[in-house]
Ligand binder design. Structure first.
Ligand code: MRU
Length: 346
């Protein structure tokens, strides 16, 4: 990868500021947990696995900065930071999964030595980071056979290296298929309102020299009707135990369109995106973001003053519209509940 989404630098966490891409390559140097939390909230770093890694590094960073040698004070402060991280964004379950893993790492340590607790948290954060890249490579391997030579593949939002510790989930599958020598074309939904497709996915694909075309979100149906799209491949923010999948707003519409045109619709995600506590997608909390993301484009107002705005960041695609879920542990087909439980227990 030619860029690093996030890096652990011991006294700081370095984050590639995705709000500026592709025009500007600028890094944020977060010297404390609140700076990391802010970067997640304002989407300088975004994408389900990436914000999980960010939260874990934020907790490890906070631990390093705690001066007290009293384990109780240390635990209380870490708990506060876990809470802070958990308040940043509500939909992607990878965030809560990573926070829980950091808590568990501490709980498993019986030592009372604060320095030992600090290094344990640092090790766990780095482990989550490294594992994520490995997992994405496996997702790529497991999904690459779904992309045939000569096809058109449509993707939405950014599920690439920028949305993860590296390589990407949906883009990981695309990268792996390309690396194997398959030749195909990627259609990139621009992904209103924040343009993660047009700005970020296109930027990644151009760097890999994978042929791609950016389209506005409303063009997908027309391209499907013309036979230009043979599969849809997206990432996920949370997958309920029946397979219902929350992903970037607009994903559901694509799945309905794909179904109408009899085009397979695939979700690529690590098993840390599963939320087996939720029976269906109806229970997934959907983040609503600021109206300005819709009323303004490139800092300029495009709507009349005072108009009402609805800005949910995600929608839920029902499991019936999903052909398969590509995970690091294999390709899951329906019934998803059984398949998901099986891979989680594996
Ligand atoms: O609001 P964002 O940009 O964080 O939303 C990201 C997505 O919806 C991605 O598709 C999802 O997190 C999967 S990333 C591998």
């Amino acid at each position: 990868m030619k860029f690093k989404t996030i890096e652990w630098k011991k006294d700081l966490v370095r984050i590639l500021d995705q709000r500026k891409l592709p025009q500007e390559i600028r890094y944020l140097e977060c010297r404390g947990a609140s700076a990391v939390a802010k970067a997640i909230r304002n989407m300088a770093i975004r994408g389900a696995p990436a914000i999980g890694v960010g939260a874990a590094m934020g907790i490890a960073l906070a631990a390093r900065k705690i001066r007290s040698n009293h384990p109780e004070i240390f635990w209380t402060k870490i708990e506060e930071v876990c809470h802070l991280m958990g308040e940043t964004r509500p939909t992607a379950v990878n965030l809560f999964w990573a926070i829980e893993r950091m808590r568990r790492a501490l709980n498993q340590l019986h030592s009372e030595d604060v320095e030992g607790l600090k290094s344990r948290l640092e090790r766990e954060a780095l482990q989550i980071y490294r594992e994520d890249v490995e997992i994405n490579r496996k997702i790529g391997e497991n999904g690459k056979s779904l992309i045939q030579d000569g096809v058109g593949a449509l993707t939405h939002c950014n599920a690439g290296g920028l949305a993860t510790a590296g390589y990407g989930t949906a883009l990981g599958v695309i990268r792996s298929a390309w690396a194997e020598g398959k030749r195909f074309h990627v259609y990139v939904d621009e992904t209103r309102p924040l343009l993660q497709g047009a700005r970020l996915t296109a930027w990644e694909l151009i760097q890999e020299k994978i042929p791609c075309t950016v389209i506005t979100d409303s063009m997908a149906g027309s391209l499907m009707e013309k036979g230009k799209i043979n599969l849809v491949l997206v990432g996920a923010d949370r997958i309920a135990r029946n397979g219902d999948t929350a992903n970037k707003i607009g994903t559901y519409s694509l799945a309905v369109l794909a179904n109408w045109h009899q085009i397979p619709f695939y979700v690529a995600a690590p098993t840390s995106t599963f939320d087996l506590n939720l029976t269906s997608g109806k229970d997934i909390p959907i983040e609503e973001r600021a109206a300005e993301e819709v009323t303004h484009v490139g800092g300029r107002r495009v709507t009349p003053e005072g108009v009402k705005v609805f800005n949910p960041a995600f929608d839920v695609t029902p499991h019936s519209l999903i052909e398969a879920i590509i995970t690091e542990k294999g390709l899951l087909r329906k019934p998803f509940e059984k398949a998901m439980r099986w891979v989680v227990d594996k």
